[in-house]
Write a protein of this length. Structure first.
Length: 454
């Protein structure tokens, strides 16, 4: 019932709605689809009264459709939590399941579209989104049936924005990461790769260049991986790896030469620079985003082709709105599992609604450490204290059971396991003007009222 309520909100909003998803729930469940961004979808035979059937498009660069036959399962790494509004169940969007078929659009964009659900899942590619003004609108028009209205659920960072303020990544690193995601390492034989005194043994399995860097050279540390995302470092790694392995774009058979790799990087950096010359794109927004909005707004108020749901784990969506709508104060906001966010994230979320004339303290430029949840400034995903302590942390007393343990969080491992951030799945409806809106919950518990200041 609550999922249908959220879906109806997405249908009735005349232009844009913003949903800020709960990173804590996603991270707690190891960044898997089943606990990620909630995307309500309608089966073709819904049979539900008072439900307008719309085709839902989900554009996101982290859907991970490149994983193959299991890409759309609940346990697969990804951020697409498709939910049937009729049953509330997770909808597996792997190719071959629930009518989903796989297609490649343009050069590097993968699409899963269904014959049983009004749903299209797109692993967006920021490189093509920058280069092609009709990128989003072209995909929409390809899969939308005549006379059908749509809901476009759009990610921000790495999808319509060439930059990531949450991860503190600039355009160069965003472009390099996108290219490394597309590039596959295909060894012709087992070999040992040496890098800065370390040795990495590689078999015959194909692996994306990004996964190779992250797993083998960065030891799964996002901070170290971000440091590796330097064009000179990546080019040097490319030079050495091409001796023993074929480097090719995903879904392609041809070898990628070093010159082609360099030229591709230079090409997209030039595209970004050109788009940034436009004042409205000063923050790295793609022209294809604005073209998509223009298409959806055809028909005028009350009769538009569709609505847009900006769905992000970040708390900086207001910057996108300021360049996309005439009045940000009229935009409806949804915060998922708001009470499970850290206090700092709650504060940062509410502060984005302040007037531009408000003083911005240095604290608003801080982030929340993924290890201890404390605010900090600087690069990476963990604060300097936790980086110095290492993964084992220090000796602490659990605030719940009062036992002693080694770590960085206020709860011991056992108490932390018992904390289930997915148990409530609450949607707190929030308006930026601090007006109170009734909240809904997915678990049938009593709804509560919240404002951004709570």
């Amino acid at each position: 019932e609550q999922l249908q309520h959220y879906y109806k909100i997405c249908c009735t909003v005349d232009d844009i709605i913003v949903t800020t998803s709960c990173f804590a729930a996603w991270h707690k469940r190891k960044l898997t689809n089943g606990n990620a961004k909630i995307i309500p979808v309608v089966p073709n035979d819904a049979g539900l009264d008072d439900v307008e059937p719309r085709r839902v498009f989900f554009f996101d660069d982290n859907v991970n459709l490149r994983l193959g036959s299991s890409a759309g399962t609940a346990d697969a790494p990804g951020d697409c939590n498709l939910r049937c509004i009729k049953s509330g169940d997770f909808v597996d969007f792997s190719a071959g399941c629930n009518g989903f078929q796989r297609e490649r659009i343009y050069e590097h964009t993968l699409v899963h579209h269904s014959s049983e659900y009004r749903c299209v899942v797109v692993q967006a590619n920021i490189l093509e989104a920058m280069a092609l003004e009709d990128y989003f609108s072209g995909i929409m028009q390809r899969y939308t049936h005549p006379g059908e209205k749509v809901i476009v659920v759009m990610d921000v960072n790495g999808t319509i924005l060439c930059g990531d303020s949450t991860m503190r990544l600039g355009p160069s690193k965003i472009i390099l990461e996108a290219m490394c995601t597309l590039l596959e390492l295909r060894p012709s034989k087992a070999f040992v790769f040496e890098w800065k005194g370390s040795e990495v043994s590689l078999g015959l399995e194909h692996i994306s260049f990004k996964d190779f860097l992250l797993a083998h050279l960065a030891n799964k540390s996002r901070d170290v991986f971000n440091d590796i995302l330097d064009v000179d470092i990546v080019v040097e790694l490319f030079k050495q790896l091409q001796v023993d392995a074929l480097l090719a774009w995903s879904e392609h058979d041809e070898r990628v030469s070093l010159d082609e790799f360099r030229n591709t990087y230079a090409k997209y950096m030039a595209v970004f620079t050109q788009q940034s010359d436009d004042d409205r794109n000063g923050q790295g927004l793609t022209k294809s985003w604005f073209k998509c909005l223009s298409i959806l707004r055809e028909g005028g108020k009350g009769n538009r082709v569709g609505s847009v749901v900006i769905n992000s784990f970040g708390t900086d969506t207001q910057a996108v709105l300021k360049r996309s709508v005439p009045d940000v104060q009229r935009i409806f906001h949804v915060a998922v599992n708001f009470e499970m966010w850290s206090k700092f994230d709650q504060k940062r979320y509410t502060e984005q609604f302040k007037d531009d004339d408000d003083d911005k303290s240095a604290e608003t430029l801080q982030k929340t450490c993924r290890a201890c949840d404390d605010p900090y400034s600087g690069f990476g995903q963990t604060c300097s204290k936790c980086r110095k302590l290492g993964h084992r942390g220090s000796v602490l007393q659990c605030s719940k059971c009062l036992g002693f343990f080694s770590g960085v969080r206020p709860l011991c491992p056992e108490c932390w396991k018992s904390f289930d951030p997915t148990a409530s799945q609450e949607l707190a409806m929030m308006m930026p003007d601090n007006s109170t809106k009734r909240a809904t919950t997915f678990d049938g518990s009593a709804p509560v009222a919240r404002t951004p200041s709570q």
